[in-house]
Design a protein around this ligand. Structure first.
Ligand code: ATP
Ligand code: MG
Length: 408
């Protein structure tokens, strides 16, 4: 990609109401643009990151047997009356023609349960799981943490359906492992811990995945031995490590990047979803739900991986791997840089080429640090005199000369 042709540029300023590091860097870097509090546009750089996160999640959900679907954002309010969730405070209500009442889905149990019911008749159709990656709508009272807490935000939500509790329990453990894999691939594995949380009305416990970080809104009591946490909301109930009994828990802040629940029969019973067993007897269906917020994960990555100059993207989600900078005034330098760019792209590399002729080297360096691609390559008269480019990793201070012939 030529930087000169990239839609969405870096900027020096952000509106004063953006306090969070993720919003500051993502807006200044040209990744997102704020629409209003809690609602953001994703520009090409930001969309590339979001898509890479989604694809990692998509691969791991597919690997555990999830079938990808896409459900609507708009749903009749009636479905929420069926489950008694029409009075949920985060629900956005809207009206259609003739006063028809709709909601914008904050999550999709009310849609997925009757949908799967339509196609499932016998215990032999189960277990099954479906997932989607889609925007959710929640009327969050506070939306001040950039893309960590949106009123419209991206979520992967997977739902599993089972003929009995053992099958649900078995799948739940498989999903847990898949979640750990996702965070490991995202570069957050070491600081993301399985946390016991209150399951509310559904079950005694649900599990969250909390990325330990000082900006996190949640308080986690964390066992350093087992790397497992307890959310503050259940600490009165459970005040030692649920795995080893250790009472010496460390208090940390966490960002909730995932949440898995055993829903049991709550939604299936509301919709009368049962299957027939081998004898033709009706079995109530057991359900689980499993959420990850790719947009919150993107904000979390910025909170975790940055320095005072900008973002330091992990390679797995960086919008491009290489940031190629052409420096100086000579036409020849730019022509050589373009050749290198084309060769790299032809070899399959993802490259952002800063081909601007009208800005100083200082501006290009500052933008490269702000955007935070993993590897910076500099082409200048000086490097070309040695048939080389200067290579520097974003997370290292030292640069080295690499012969152009060795690059591709
Ligand atoms: P929170 O406790 O942070 O409000 P939640 O428990 O209501 O979140 P879930 O309904 O479990 O969230 O949603 C699943 C996942 O979706 C969360 O783990 C998080 O990653 C993401 N998520 C939830 N709410 C938001 C939001 N307002 N903005 C961005 N991501 C969100
Ligand atoms: Mg939650």
């Amino acid at each position: 990609m030529y930087y000169s042709k990239l839609f969405g540029k870096t900027s020096k300023t952000v509106s004063a109401d953006e306090e969070s590091v993720n919003a500051q860097f993502l807006i200044r870097g040209g990744f997102v643009s704020k629409q209003m509090a809690g609602v953001y546009n994703y520009l090409p750089l930001g969309l590339r990151v979001l898509t890479k996160i989604q694809n990692i999640v998509r691969e791991e959900m597919t690997a555990i047997g999830g079938s990808e679907i896409l459900m609507p954002s708009l749903t009749q309010e009636e479905s929420y009356k069926t489950t008694g969730r029409d009075t949920m405070d985060v629900l956005f209500h809207t009206e259609g023609p003739g006063g028809a009442k709709y909601v914008l889905n904050p999550t999709h149990e009310e849609v997925v349960t009757p949908l799967v019911q339509k196609y499932t008749f016998s215990y032999q159709d189960l277990p099954l799981s479906v997932f989607q990656i889609q925007n959710k709508y929640r009327n969050e009272p506070r939306a001040k943490s950039g893309i960590l807490r949106g009123r419209e935000f991206n979520m992967k939500d997977l739902y599993s359906f089972h003929a009995n509790e053992e099958s649900l329990n078995e799948f739940y453990e498989v999903a847990k492992k898949a979640y750990h894999k996702v965070y490991t691939r995202l570069g957050l594995g070491d600081i993301t811990v399985l946390t016991y949380a209150s399951g509310g009305a559904f079950s005694r416990y649900s599990h969250e995945f909390q990325t330990l970080n000082e900006v996190g809104e949640d308080t986690v009591y964390f066992c350093e031995e087992c790397r497992v946490g307890i959310n503050k909301e259940i600490i009165a109930d459970q005040n030692s490590c649920p795995e080893c009994g250790n009472m010496d828990l460390v208090q940390k802040n966490g960002i909730e990047v995932g949440n898995i629940f055993k829903l049991g029969q709550k939604f299936s019973s509301a919709f009368g979803f049962k299957v027939l067993d081998a004898e033709g007897k009706e079995l109530p269906v057991e359900m689980g739900c499993y959420g990850i917020g790719p947009s919150r994960v993107m904000g979390t990555l910025v909170e975790v991986f940055h320095d005072e100059k900008g973002i330091i993207w992990p390679e797995a989600v960086a919008p491009f791997k290489y940031h190629l900078l052409a420096l100086g005034r000579e036409d020849e330098t730019f022509a050589e840089a373009e050749k290198i760019y084309k060769n790299l792209v032809a070899s399959g590399a993802e490259v952002l080429f800063d081909d601007r002729r009208d800005v100083t080297a200082g501006v290009k360096f500052a933008d490269a640090d702000l955007i935070g691609l993993p590897v910076r390559l500099i082409v200048s008269k000086k490097t070309l005199d040695q048939q080389s480019v200067e290579m520097k990793k974003r997370n290292e201070a030292e640069s080295k000369l690499v012969p152009i012939a060795d690059l591709v």
